[in-house]
Design a protein. Structure first.
Length: 95
């Protein structure tokens, strides 16, 4: 139960290296509104995202159709191709 019952979890980023998601990984995580998946290939998933019917799944460019065809991933309300797959997402602190 990796993130199960995290009732205040709003966003999660799944790394490109993640190959499968086990059962109950996101059980009762109904507050998730953004799932960023950096993998170009939909992972094997044994768990469901309770919030998937109202959450947005962010995937790498050119990968949305693969996710729309994959079990469980296809249930997401919105699937958008705007997840960056590089390390270029670095936050800068001007302070």
């Amino acid at each position: 139960m990796a993130f199960g019952r995290c009732t205040s979890l709003l966003r999660i980023e799944l790394p490109q290296s993640l190959t499968d998601i086990g059962i109950n990984a996101f059980v009762e995580d109904e507050t998730l509104i953004d799932v960023v998946n950096l993998s170009p290939v939909p992972q094997k998933i044994s768990s469901q995202f309770p919030s998937r019917f109202h959450a947005t799944l962010h995937v790498p460019e050119g990968c949305a159709e693969a996710y729309r065809s994959a079990a469980i991933w296809c249930d997401f309300a919105n699937i958008v191709e705007d997840a960056a797959t590089s390390v270029n997402q670095v936050a800068a602190d001007d302070g």
